[in-house]
Design a protein around this ligand. Structure first.
Ligand code: GCB
Length: 594
């Protein structure tokens, strides 16, 4: 799915700003047709933002169900004759959208975009009312899953099976944009390198009528390096300058559609990084060179705005990654804003791109998150309908992110149950689907503690072993000697069982900033640093370990619970991005190479 871009034939109008807003605790709006009139009440909400923390009210923070967003927008008169599209970059977790009185689009899945051709629903020059009802409800059939509990106090509570706050709302930009009536509908590129020659295989999908396709590839200085005609083809680039970690060199693929006249009917322009990715035994190769992941599992999370995309936080987070000497991160536990991937493309930061499939694990759900005891995979819990949603989530992730050079590995789930025959039945077709859709990138999933090679039944379906391990924290807290021995033993078992690269996608310890001790006491800043150093000692003993992603980059909000003090404190930075002692340890390791 193409990101909206301004070109000579296209215009984009962001609808970000303050929208009218209403909580709908009694679920009346859909019945009463709230889209037909201006929303009642005086509340306004910023877009993009999670709505939960912007109002000083528990009814907003803990709301379960529908909320309503509404705005009035004037469609530019000069858009007459154009195709007009309304696009939501994200609505968490599901939405129905009306343009005026007409339902235009609905979508499920809180972290991927959706759009509708609204040409027939708007009048250039006139104002139009756009209304969206957004639900934060998670069920057994959503990704991520959850369920709603009726409480004895009479309220409704959202039970989640994951360790981050269930922020909701319009988290990313809403756009109105134009294309000509005949338009570039999609572009897919696959790049290769052979000696000093780069290749860009491309495929252009068009909509709206018979047109001829022409493509041209320009370098970063604006010079043309290759051109071709036809909806599919391959471009060769002499003396290619590859995209590589630390150097986000991008070419620009301009796609033009031609009709009768001289001027192009439509033009779209796509940044392209030429690079290869491949797994070879235990090595992870980018441009045929071994790559070692240094970085974090992150979250889209900040005070007040919750999960909304924010350019200031984005640039600052990337600056902190650079300060540390990190070269990569994982979009734990959902697809991040497209702005983030584009930034990573331009700056040569490597990304493990994850779906929102977190919480498919009854052990954790009941043990850690207080859910009722249940079986993960069953008719009544995670079932064929959930699997279908999950399949769609994989498709939408790949459709959105397939052209980003920064993405080198798809993670199709975080810590699912992976030790039962049902898990294999569930994951076999999903892994196959990811491979079918994106055969040029390796695939993986983040394996949960306890799913050791003697119990796990799905790792053979994947290319990379991704381990989330909490030795020294959830296992043997305060005893790093025992933790080190256990980690080393488990790692030896993985190396013996699989000839695949191993990336530690999580390891870490909750740390309350400002707590210090002279002996290794959990929650102190010294303990976090000692624990990370212990993991690093063990990693360095194994060639198959090709990456270390600390959990987490920064402290983040979670549901309240006895395991969490004002959120998860495993950040190397606080939620405000102040470094804990461990940040300096990582900087020494990652910048100094020691
Ligand atoms: C995990 C999860 C992550 C949690 C983390 C923790 O294994 O993948 O979402 O936040 O552990 O801190 O417990």
């Amino acid at each position: 799915m193409l990101r909206p871009r301004e070109t000579v034939t296209r215009e984009c109008k962001s609808l970000d700003g303050l929208w009218r807003f209403a909580l709908d605790a009694d679920a009346r709006g859909r019945r009463e047709g709230w889209w037909r009139l201006p929303l009642a009440g005086t509340r306004e909400v910023p877009v993009p933002a999670s709505y939960n923390d912007v109002f000083a009210a528990a009814e907003a923070r803990d709301h379960v169900g529908d909320v309503w967003y509404q705005t009035l927008v004037r469609v530019p008169a000069r858009w007459r004759g154009e195709r007009i599209v309304l696009r939501f970059d994200a609505a968490t977790h599901s939405a129905v959208v009306w343009v005026g009185e007409t339902q235009a689009v609905e979508h499920e899945g809180g972290y991927t975009p959706f759009e509708a051709d609204v040409t027939e629903l708007v009048e250039p020059g006139a104002e139009v009312r756009i209304t969206a009802v957004v639900s934060n409800v998670l069920t057994w059939h959503t990704i991520p899953p959850g369920y709603v509990k009726e409480t004895v106090g009479g309220g409704r509570r959202q039970q989640v099976f994951h360790d981050f706050f269930n922020y909701a709302g319009l988290h990313r930009t809403v756009w109105l944009y134009t294309t000509p009536r005949s338009y570039v509908a999609d572009v897919t590129v696959v790049t290769g390198i052979d000696g000093s020659t780069g290749t860009v295989r491309y495929e252009v999908e068009t909509g709206g009528g018979e047109v001829d396709v022409a493509v041209a590839l320009g370098d970063a200085e604006g010079g043309e390096v290759a051109r071709a005609t036809g909806a599919t083809g391959e471009l060769a680039v002499d003396d290619v300058r590859p995209w590589r970690p630390g150097e986000g060199y991008l070419y620009d693929l301009t796609v033009e559609l031609h009709g009768q006249g001289d001027a192009p009917v439509d033009t779209y322009s796509l940044p392209v990084g030429i690079r290869t990715v491949r797994v070879d035994g235990p090595r992870f190769l980018i441009n045929e060179e071994p790559f070692y992941f240094r970085g974090f599992g992150k979250h889209e999370d900040a005070a007040v705005r919750g999960k909304a995309h924010d350019n200031a936080f984005m640039v600052h987070d990337f600056a902190l990654l650079e300060w540390l000497g990190a070269n990569s991160f994982r979009t734990s536990h959902y697809p991040y804003a497209e702005e983030v991937l584009e930034y990573a493309d331009r700056h040569g930061i490597v990304v493990i791109d994850e779906t929102a499939a977190v919480g498919l694990n009854s052990g954790l759900a009941a043990g850690v998150f207080g859910a009722e005891p249940h079986t993960t995979f069953s008719e009544d819990t995670v079932n064929a309908a959930t699997q279908e949603t999950h399949r769609r989530a994989i498709r939408e992730l790949i459709a959105r992110d397939k052209n980003h050079p920064c993405v080198v590995l798809w993670s199709i789930a975080n810590e699912p149950e992976s030790v039962t025959p049902e898990a294999r039945t569930y994951f076999e077709p999903l892994a196959a689907e990811a491979r079918r859709l994106a055969p040029t990138r390796p695939i993986g999933f983040a394996n949960v503690m306890g799913a050791t090679p003697d119990h796990d039944v799905v790792t053979d379906l994947f290319d990379v072993v991704m381990l989330n391990r909490y030795y020294g924290w959830y296992a043997s807290p305060g005893d790093l000697a025992t933790a080190e021995a256990a980690l080393e033993a488990e790692l030896s078992a993985w190396v013996a069982a699989y000839d695949k690269p191993i990336v530690f996608t999580e390891y870490g310890a909750d740390t309350f900033p400002g707590v210090h001790d002279v002996v290794p006491v959990p929650w102190s800043e010294e303990y976090q640093a000692d624990l990370l150093a212990m993991f690093h000692r063990v990693f360095d003993r194994f060639d198959a370990v090709v990456g270390e992603h600390v959990w987490n980059f920064a402290d983040f909000a979670t549901a309240p619970g006895v395991m969490r003090v004002d959120g998860n404190k495993k950040g190397v930075f606080t939620r405000e991005r102040r470094p804990k002692a461990a940040a300096h340890l990582l900087r020494r390791r990652w910048r100094g190479g020691s």
